[in-house]
Design a binder for this molecule. Structure first.
Ligand code: HEM
Length: 419
């Protein structure tokens, strides 16, 4: 299935496209949208294939299993903070977006900068979150005409959303600069590897180019590291409140397991099923990933797409197609472990993208989600807050670079049987 979006743009609803667009032998380049952080650069926001390949190595080190062993205990401790934070609400409704934003921002601070932003403990929203959200609200709709945004950032007075954009960039840049000058707090963090890249390229790049690259990398890491897991977590609390049987099943799986041990959590089938199913129905990158076909164009089925065409293959749609999934719109975690017959074409599942451009933060994101879901469910039962209209999350959901679900309010009651 195809849909023409413009003279030179096509949207494809076919899992064959995933391999062709991003597989290791793909011939595509990224679309002009990836210029969004210019004049800053980063391995993720570049259209240059070599720059991408070289820069990806430092991200891979910063998110390797060895590095994860350093981050996991710190993420487990932040998950405990969230559970304590939820306890302070008593019988009052918890604004899930707010609390999950605090958690994901705290995780990003610890993992990226080795710094505790303390949001979950202080229950204060960092201004950086507001700037990020408003900046993404601009970057999303302008995806097809990114030059408007880039011109606007240069020429328009820094007010309104333009100001938010500058503030977000400034926050990321300032934090990376201060991390560079202060050193590493005796903690391994992702910045360790980005600073290594900064130093190693001293002979081949000007200082200005290196400064712009470090700043662009910081912006990328803040957005990728904080705004993605938040969306899935909001979805998870919605699904568990909607269908408490899944929460009970999770609790019986979690009880008796050390919820601070990522290896133990990785072995729990229902927990993994819940996360996979939430990633399917609330993919943090709903569309995105626009590519330009290479010199040979692209053959999808019997349709030839000429060279130089922008191709989009939206995950949100692929994840819900009847030809790929049985009961596509239903939340059935079991399809990932005991009911594989409910998955008709597994290739259609690509929340973390694929191949040469596969998400390097997958392990970190999944570990953070397992830790926080398990820790909270060990301590509480969850349900929708009285009077909450459960359609709100879907009705107000926005595709703004990352998925922005509508509001979710839940109440958490301490479990009498909790350890
Ligand atoms: C549930 C959480 C997450 C999801 C669903 C997700 C999804 C994705 C997707 C779809 C892409 C491809 C984007 C594109 O091609 O434009 C991507 C790339 C990437 N993600 Fe994630 N991401 C998540 C969390 C994270 C985290 C926590 C980090 C680490 C800070 C991270 C780091 C990256 C990096 C470095 C890339 C670029 C890979 C490349 O260009 O080679 N992600 N992610």
């Amino acid at each position: 299935m195809f849909s023409n979006q413009g003279p030179n743009e096509i949207t494809v609803f076919n899992p064959d496209a995933i391999e062709l667009l991003d597989g290791f032998s793909n011939e595509t380049t990224r679309d002009v949208w990836y210029d969004i952080v210019r004049p800053r650069t980063s391995a993720v926001f570049t259209r240059d294939r070599l720059e991408h390949k070289e820069g990806r190595k430092f991200w891979a080190q910063g998110l390797s299993n060895k590095a994860m062993n350093e981050y996991n205990p710190r993420m487990a401790s932040l998950a405990k903070d969230v559970s304590r934070c939820i306890g302070t609400y008593g019988k009052e409704p918890v604004d899930i977006d707010q609390v999950m934003s605090w958690f994901s921002w705290d995780v990003m601070g610890e993992v990226l900068f080795g710094e505790d932003f303390n949001l979950t403990k202080s229950k204060v929203t960092h201004p950086g979150i507001k700037h990020r959200d408003r900046a993404l609200a601009l970057a999303g709709p302008l995806g097809d005409a990114i030059w408007i945004a880039l011109l606007g950032f240069q020429l328009l007075p820094p007010v309104g959303i333009v100001k938010d954009w500058h503030n977000m960039i400034q926050f990321c840049e300032d934090h990376m600069k201060s991390r560079l000058s202060r050193g590493g707090n005796n903690k391994t963090d992702m910045a360790t590897y980005f600073i290594e890249e900064y130093k190693r390229t001293a002979d081949t790049k000007t200082k200005r180019a290196r400064d712009l690259h470090l700043a662009g990398t910081a912006v990328t890491a803040v957005v990728a590291g904080s705004d993605t897991t938040r969306a899935v977590l909001i979805g998870i609390w919605w699904f568990l409140s909607q269908d408490p049987e899944h929460a009970k099943k999770l609790q019986s799986e979690i009880d008796g397991v050390d919820v601070t041990d990522p290896n133990a959590l990785a072995a729990l089938p229902h927990l993994n099923g819940v996360i996979q199913e939430a990633l399917r129905l609330v993919p943090p990158v709903m569309t995105g990933g626009n590519r330009i076909t290479g010199p040979n164009g692209m053959l999808i089925g019997d349709v030839h797409i000429p060279p130089g065409v922008k191709v989009t293959c939206p995950k949100y749609v692929l994840h819900r197609m009847e030809s790929m999934w049985v009961q596509p719109n239903d939340f059935i975690p079991e399809r990932w472990y005991s009911r594989p017959e409910l998955i008709l074409d597994k290739r259609a599942f690509s929340p973390f993208s694929y191949g040469a451009r596969y998400c390097l933060g997958k392990n970190m994101a999944v570990n953070a989600m397992r830790l926080v879901v398990a820790t909270i469910l060990r301590d509480y039962d969850v349900s929708f807050a009285p009077g909450y209209d459960k359609d709100t999350m879907w009705r107000d959901m926005r595709d703004q670079v990352t998925c922005q679900p509508g509001a979710v309010f839940c109440v958490f009651r301490p479990r009498t049987s909790a350890e």
